[in-house]
Design a protein around this ligand. Structure first.
Ligand code: EPS
Length: 353
């Protein structure tokens, strides 16, 4: 059984949408738990005023009846409340009447570090807004909703996934205040841990099956992430082999976990540990040098409402990405159309081990 996720949505369009297919029937979902993750994503010191406009909440349009999955595609929607200020500017159809509200004038000042310049070049656009709207980290909201569904599935086989911001840089309120005062932004690092993952998720057979490669792709795919490591990651490069590996006991458990729970692309039964480095966000109130695409003249980059830091939000989004990828690997391994088949296959496998 293959768990799949398709998403759509622009930052200031009507809504963000996700379709999750490949879930077993009979999984109970809790709207409050999904909404709690959406709220966690909106929090953190240094977030943009946008978060005061939004109160993210999931809507389900298909695939669920009385809170129970039907084994059919699950359609999730998170509305953009801010869209009411962009109904002309972000209208999916040619708008009627005079331009009003936000997004009425073309953006021609690409921000270094954002999708702006690459987007207009790649897609042949003239208004940078046509690129930045989808590239915005706003659409991580619907990934978090899908991640909450993945966590519900993983919980059925005892797996818990939790993300946290490491207490440094953009997760330090004093540093955020100082950066805000200087009209600057901050990045930082987050860590996601997954407990009680059974040995044997992922495979060394093909590169695309490797669990570490899949987790790295899932986390690197989140806006502003520039580095991912599993376990002791980059630090392992400076150690001797005798210091770098995790010895095996007679109970087949390890006394250390430098590998971060994955060897040869396969989970080894220890806690999975994934860390990600986030660059400082590229929208600066003290803009960097750029070019005006309309005139070709030197210019300062676009200044828009933005976050000083979104590291704490990344912790929630990375948690969702790791949960999603682990759920996908678990669906491949344990299959099943009914939740009881999935859980039964997991139980039989654990007994064999
Ligand atoms: C975000 C909403 C956006 C940005 C941020 C993420 O809101 P707006 O653009 O309306 O202020 O705050 O997006 C970026 C940091 C970015 O670079 O695009 C959210 O909900 O997470």
């Amino acid at each position: 059984m293959i768990l799949e996720l398709a998403t759509a949505g622009e930052s200031h369009g009507p809504a963000l949408v996700a379709i999750v297919s490949g879930l077993p029937a009979g999984l109970m979902l809790d709207k409050d738990a999904i909404d709690a993750d959406l709220r966690r994503r909106q929090k953190g010191y240094g977030r943009s005023p946008r978060q005061q406009i939004e109160t993210d909440e999931v809507e389900v349009l298909a695939g669920l009846r009385h809170g129970r999955t039907l084994g059919t595609p699950l359609a999730l929607v998170v509305r953009n409340r801010d869209h009411k200020n962009w109904t002309w500017g972000m209208n999916p159809w040619p708008p009627d009447g005079e331009p009003e509200g936000k997004g009425t004038k073309p953006v021609t000042l690409p921000r270094p570090g954002h999708a702006d310049l690459a987007g207009v070049q790649k897609f042949g656009l003239t208004d940078v807004r046509d690129a930045l709207e989808r590239a915005s980290a706003r659409h991580t909201a619907v990934y978090v909703a899908a991640g909450a569904v993945a966590k519900a599935l993983l919980r059925e086989i005892g797996i818990e996934v939790a993300g946290e911001a490491l207490p440094e840089a953009g997760a330090d309120p004093a540093a955020v205040d100082a950066a805000r005062k200087d009209k600057d932004t901050l990045g930082g690092r987050v860590q996601v841990r997954a407990r009680s993952v059974p040995p044997g998720l992922g495979s060394y057979a093909r590169r695309e099956d490797r669990l570490d490669a899949r987790l790295a792709a899932a986390v690197m795919g989140i806006q502003a992430v520039k580095g991912v490591e599993i376990g002791d990651g980059f630090a392992l490069a400076g150690l001797r082999g005798s210091e770098a590996h995790d010895e095996i006991g007679t109970d087949k458990r390890r006394t250390s976990n430098r590998a971060g729970g994955i060897e040869a692309g396969v989970s080894n039964g220890e806690e999975i540990v994934v860390r990600a480095a986030m660059k400082p966000l590229p929208t600066l109130m003290k803009p960097l040098g750029s070019v005006d695409l309309a005139t070709g003249e030197p210019a300062e980059a676009l200044v828009e409402r933005s976050d000083v830091s979104a590291v704490e939000a990344l912790a929630v989004v990375a948690e969702a990405a790791v949960a999603w990828e682990l759920a996908r690997a678990a669906r491949e391994k344990f299959g099943g159309d009914a939740l009881a088949d999935f859980v039964g296959a997991w139980r039989a496998y654990m007994e064999r081990l």
